[in-house]
Design a protein. Structure first.
Length: 442
């Protein structure tokens, strides 16, 4: 039987001088001698040299998937495609991102929802939404995310929808979350969500008090909002102790230090509470939204920032990804929908409020934009991209953004799709070595 070195291995000399082999298919390291390291490099050029390895070493390399059967890497791609398709086409979960209004009390300059329409979801649309949910008879669980605009500006709609779901829908709600600016989280709202528990609340800050208040002013009177939002978070943590609070801190070059300061300050303030802070890197697009004209923080610099933050324990998480299939997002899941206030359906959060990106309506049986629907669902997948199929990172890649992919494919976009920290220039060996030093022997 013919064997070869897998395309999913990476060999390098650590900064301390010892040779390492890393295999992304097994997420495994081997520390080897310099002599063996040089021999592996020769095997890459001439696979017949595999026959010169002793049996115990050959078995070890096979076990770690460093050496594989001919065509095994290609078979792995088919297996990966099959498993990811199972995830994409599963109908066990009905995932709904509900946009009860596109209105917002703030007017943040970077918001992608240009020309936001005012008005809330009407009773007629709520009725259609309930019927839409009932049609998904195969679903065993319901996931709901409230989104906007600012969804709490349409709190009455949220109350009606959840009441109707509780009364008429037999599918249990397993995941319930809201993306909000936090300004309208009043006692009335909190009391309601005690009856309809939230798994998670995402709230955004735009940096420290001074910067936040400069950007997130009330449309009506120009007043800042930082203190009110912080006070509301205090109340939420006390009144909804089982709900995870996720605070996104928007950062760009000018306020990079804001995240570090806020993370330290607010983590101490709410120590022991179910709250996490994470940096949100702002994107700045060109006028026709086909490419990045510039970034507040260039993509590679942003990834280096994440790396240093993980190393310094400012952020929790792994520097290197775990073995995983790409579970996708709303855009790539057949049973996931973003429903706007008029009953319009989108497949990506970035498309909300853009009429040209509506793929259908909840009251229609047929899609109104099937091309976009299938581009998201199928056209954006890794198996349609040769670079991804040949990529060393594929077994550990969490996946690229389908929205960026379609921009590049169909709108002359020039987005850098790769989002792994290790793809940043000169970062691969640093990340691998750090991962090995801190985890491989634990």
């Amino acid at each position: 039987m013919n064997y070869e070195i897998s395309k999913y291995i990476h060999t390098f000399i650590s900064s301390k001088g010892y040779p390492l082999i890393y295999c992304s298919r097994t997420n495994a390291f081997l520390k080897i001698t310099k002599e063996l390291y040089d021999f592996v490099l020769e095997i890459k050029k001439d696979s017949s040299l595999i026959n010169e390895l002793d049996d115990s070493l050959l078995d070890l390399f096979k076990n770690k998937k460093i050496i594989v059967k001919s065509n095994e890497d290609e078979d792995y791609l088919l297996e990966r495609q099959f498993n990811e398709e199972q995830i994409s086409y599963s109908q066990k979960t009905l995932s709904l991102t509900l946009v009860p209004t596109l209105s917002c009390n703030f007017d943040c300059p970077y918001c992608f929802e240009e020309g936001k329409r005012v008005g809330n979801m009407k009773n007629e649309t709520i009725e259609q939404l309930i019927l839409f949910i009932k049609k998904h008879e195969s679903a065993k669980q319901l996931d709901i995310t409230w989104y906007g605009g600012e969804p709490l500006l349409a709190f009455g709609v949220i109350q009606k929808v959840l009441s109707r779901i509780n009364e008429e829908i037999n599918i249990p709600v397993k995941w319930h979350t809201i993306v909000t600016n936090g300004y309208y989280f009043t006692n009335k709202v909190i009391d309601f969500f005690k009856l309809h528990p939230l798994n998670c609340i995402q709230i955004t800050l735009d940096g420290d008090r001074e910067r936040h208040d400069k950007i997130r002013k009330q449309k009506s009177n120009g007043e800042g909002s930082y203190d009110k939002i912080i006070n509301n978070i205090d109340t939420i943590l006390n009144e909804l102790p089982d709900t995870q609070i996720s605070i996104r801190v928007n950062i760009e070059k000018e306020n990079l230090d804001d995240f570090i300061c806020l993370q330290r300050e607010l983590s101490q303030k709410w120590e022991g509470k179910k709250i996490t802070l994470y940096p949100g890197i702002l994107r700045i697009e060109n006028e026709d939204k086909t490419a990045l004209a510039c970034e507040a923080i260039p993509q590679w610099d942003a990834l280096k920032f994440y790396f240093e933050s993980y190393k310094k324990k400012i952020l929790n998480g792994n520097i290197y990804p775990v073995l995983q299939y790409n579970e996708g997002c709303c855009a790539t899941m057949i049973n996931a929908y973003i429903v706007g206030p008029k009953g319009e359906i989108y497949k990506c959060w970035n498309d909300v409020s853009d009429d040209s990106k509506i793929v259908g309506y909840i009251h229609d049986k047929k899609l109104t934009n099937s091309s976009l629907f299938f581009r998201y669902l199928i056209g954006s997948k890794f198996y349609n991209n040769e670079d991804c199929k040949q990529c060393f990172f594929l077994p550990i890649c969490p996946g690229y953004c389908p929205w960026f992919r379609l921009k590049n494919q169909h709108e002359n976009g020039k987005y850098i799709l790769c989002q792994c920290i290790q793809k940043a220039p000169n970062m691969l060996n640093d990340c691998l070595e750090y991962w090995y030093e801190t985890n491989a022997n634990s």
